[in-house]
Design a protein around this ligand. Structure first.
Ligand code: 4AD
Ligand code: MG
Length: 456
C-alpha cells in the first residue's frame, strides 16, 4: 500500500503543496457543520496529523469519526500554523471499523488500567514514546560497542550452570517428575538434556569464554529470573547488556560503564527530543536537566565501607538496620543516590559473603572487586566486577558455597589455560529505560512483562 509516514510529512517541507497518501488510526475527531477534523496517528511519530474534511465535497463523514478506526487518506499537504502541516482530504477509505467498545476512548488512562490491555496500550502516546526511546537506546548500545571493536556474541539461553548461584533459575524440562523415578538424579537423566537445565540468568560465564578469545565482547539478549519479588523493578524476563573485557581491572570497567551510560543517554537526547519533552511533562519534572547533568558530570565512586558509614550516620529510620556486612536494600541505595549525592554512584568493594563466587577477592580477605551502579529513582542498574582470575582462589570461593565443580569445568579451564585479569558488567536494559524516561514501573517499559503470577 503506497503511502508516506506521518513522521516524514511532519519533518520534510518538500511535501507541502503536493498530493500525499497517509494511513493510520483515528485518535480524535470533531464534526461540525461545514467541516470535520480528524487526528490521525500511524505510530511513526508521537504527534498526530490533522486531516481536514470539507463537508461540501464529503457530506457523510460519520464512518471516519469513531476513535480507533483505521483509514487511508489521500489529499493535499498544507502548511498550518498550529499543526505544522495538515491534510485537506480528497478521498478517505475505511480500512477497519472500530466499534464503541474499543477501550481507548478517553484521552488519558491510568498505567494500571493500561496494563490490563497490553495488546492495545501500545497505541497510546505514552507507549509510543517509551518504545521509540527503547528502540533508539538498543541501537545506541550496539553502536557504542561496535564503534569500539567489541564482538557481539549470543550466549545460550538454555544452560546447565547457574551464573549467579542464587537459585533463581527457571527449569527447562520436557517431562514431568513422577514417583517412578528413584531420585532427582534419575529424573534429570531421563530428561531432554540428560541433566538438569534451566533458563540463563546471565550470559556472563559464556561471555568470559568469548572474551578470553576475542578480547572484548558484549551480549544483548534476554535473561530470566524466577525471583519471587513483586516490585516495580523486577520482572522474570528482562533484557541484559553484558560486556566482558580481557585485560581490564575494576577501574577500567568502571570507566567503560560510565562512558557507555553517557553515550546512550546522549543518543536519546539527540534523537528523541519530542519524547523527552513528553516524559518531562507527564512523568518526571526536570527530566532533561537531569539527563544533561548525568552526561556532563562525573559519576561518584564510593567504597562500600564508606557507604555504610554514611548510612549509619544518617538521620533516617531505615526499615532494614545497617551494619558492615549487610546487603544494601533499596531504601539504602535510594538514600545514597537521591539524598546524599543526587547522581549516579558506583558503590565498590562489597563484602565477599554477599556477592557472587566469580568476583575477584581483594587482598583484605573480606571484600571483592565488585561494584553496583546506583541511580536516583531506580536504584541498581548495573552489577559489575573484576573476575577472579586465580584458579585456587576461585576454587575456594566455589567450595565455600558448596557448588558442584563439575558443572563449571569449562569455566574453570579459563583459569588453567592462559588466565588473564578481566572484568565485565550487566546492565538491566529496562532499568536504564526507566531512568531515562522517568517511568516508575518496569511493567510499563516492556511489551508483555512477565512477573510472578502474571503472563499473557
Ligand atoms: O546484578 P546482576 O544479577 O549481575 C549479573 O547477572 C552479572 N552476571 C552481570 C555481569 O557481570 N555480566 O544483574 C545485572 C543487572 C542488574 O543490575 C539489574 O539492572 C538487572 O540486571 N536485573 C534485572 N532487571 C529486571 N528484573 C530483574 N529481575 C533483574 N535482575 C537483574
Ligand atoms: Mg546485582
Amino acid at each position: 500500500m503506497k503511502h508516506t509516514d506521518i513522521q516524514v510529512l511532519r519533518s520534510d517541507a518538500s511535501y507541502i503543496g503536493t498530493e500525499v497518501t497517509v494511513c493510520g488510526w483515528v485518535r480524535t475527531s470533531r464534526d461540525s457543520k461545514n467541516v470535520a477534523f480528524l487526528e490521525l496517528n500511524d505510530g511513526t511519530s508521537l504527534k498526530h496529523l490533522q486531516i481536514v474534511l470539507d463537508k461540501e465535497t464529503m457530506p457523510d463523514v460519520s464512518a471516519y469519526m469513531p476513535i480507533g478506526t483505521s483509514l487511508k487518506v489521500v489529499g493535499t499537504l498544507v502548511a498550518s500554523e498550529r499543526n505544522v502541516v495538515e491534510i485537506n482530504a480528497k478521498e478517505v477509505t475505511v480500512l477497519g471499523v472500530c466499534p464503541g467498545e474499543y477501550p481507548l476512548q478517553k484521552k488519558r488512562h491510568t498505567l494500571e488500567f493500561l496494563r490490563t490491555i497490553p495488546h492495545l496500550r501500545v497505541r497510546t502516546n505514552t507507549f509510543n514514546a517509551i518504545f521509540r526511546v527503547r528502540s533508539v537506546m538498543a541501537s545506541a548500545i550496539h553502536r557504542y560497542f561496535q564503534e569500539r571493536n567489541y564482538v557481539y556474541v549470543n550466549t545460550p539461553l538454555i544452560t546447565a550452570s547457574d551464573c549467579e548461584g542464587a537459585g533463581e533459575m527457571f527449569k527447562v524440562t520436557t517431562i514431568g517428575y513422577s514417583e517412578d523415578y528413584k531420585n532427582a538424579e534419575e529424573y534429570y537423566a531421563a530428561d531432554f538434556f540428560g541433566k538438569r537445565a534451566g533458563l540463563s540468568v546471565s550470559g556472563q560465564l559464556e561471555g568470559e569464554m568469548a572474551a578470553t578469545a576475542f578480547g572484548k565482547i558484549y551480549t544483548f539478549g534476554p535473561s530470566f529470573r524466577a525471583e519471587n519479588s513483586n516490585t516495580p523493578r523486577h520482572v522474570a524476563e528482562f533484557w541484559h547488556v553484558e560486556p566482558e573485557v580481557a585485560f581490564a581491572e575494576l577501574d577500567d570497567i568502571i570507566e567503560i560503564a560510565e562512558e557507555m551510560i553517557k553515550y546512550i543517554i546522549s543518543a536519546v537526547m539527540e534523537e528523541c527530543p519530542e519524547e523527552l519533552e513528553f516524559f518531562e511533562k507527564f512523568f518526571e519534572a526536570g527530566l532533561r536537566d537531569k539527563l544533561t547533568s548525568v552526561v556532563e558530570n562525573e559519576f561518584k565512586v564510593l567504597d562500600y565501607t564508606e557507604a555504610i558509614e554514611i548510612l549509619e550516620k544518617a538521620d533516617v529510620d531505615f526499615k532494614y538496620p545497617v551494619s558492615w556486612g549487610c546487603d544494601l536494600q533499596t531504601e539504602h541505595e535510594r538514600y545514597i543516590t537521591e539524598q546524599v549525592f543526587k547522581k549516579p554512584v558506583f558503590v565498590t568493594n562489597y563484602p565477599k559473603d554477599i556477592k557472587s563466587f566469580y568476583m575477584k577477592q581483594n587482598p583484605d580477605g573480606k571484600t571483592v572487586a565488585a561494584t553496583d551502579l546506583l541511580v536516583p529513582g531506580v536504584g541498581e542498574i548495573i552489577g559489575c566486577s573484576e573476575r577472579e582470575a586465580d584458579l585456587d582462589k576461585l576454587l575456594s570461593a566455589m567450595n565455600e558455597r558448596g557448588m558442584n565443580l563439575e558443572d563449571y569445568a569449562d569455566y574453570l579451564d579459563l583459569r588453567r589455560f592462559g588466565s588473564v585479569p578481566h572484568s565485565g558488567f550487566g546492565l538491566g536494559f529496562e532499568r536504564i529505560i526507566m531512568y531515562v524516561t522517568g517511568v516508575a514501573n518496569i511493567r510499563d517499559v516492556q511489551l508483555f512483562p512477565r512477573t510472578v503470577g502474571g503472563i499473557r
